[in-house]
Design a protein. Structure first.
Length: 113
């Protein structure tokens, strides 16, 4: 059974940082394109970043320069380092195995003073 489990969310003040993790079981992340998305209630889920099998990365303009996606194949885990967080970064963050189509259940990030 394939599972993607996100963790690391929480409440943080504007300007703060969080490290989100997505750990997989049932599949090997190495060789798979992985992505992070986020969703605010009432809005569509939006793409945040992705990382290819060779480590190449892409970011949404809204997070470029503040977020970093990375992967640790030995731990079968993908990370999203989020820095200089803004209130508009608030939402549920999901990871996705892009080609295989698997989603995690998400982790909530709340940026508020």
């Amino acid at each position: 059974q394939v599972q993607l489990v996100e963790s690391g969310g929480g409440l943080v003040q504007p300007g703060g940082s969080l490290t989100l993790s997505c750990t997989a079981s049932g599949i090997i992340l190495n060789g798979n394109v992985m992505a992070w998305y986020r969703q605010v209630p009432g809005k569509q889920r939006e793409w945040v970043a992705n990382i290819g099998s060779s480590g190449n990365t892409n970011y949404a303009d809204s997070v470029k320069g503040r977020f970093t996606i990375s992967r640790d194949n030995a731990r079968n885990t993908v990370y999203l380092q989020t820095n200089n967080l803004k209130p508009e970064d608030t939402g549920v963050y999901y990871c996705k195995a892009v080609v295989l189509g698997y989603w995690g259940k998400g982790t909530l990030v709340t940026v508020s003073s």
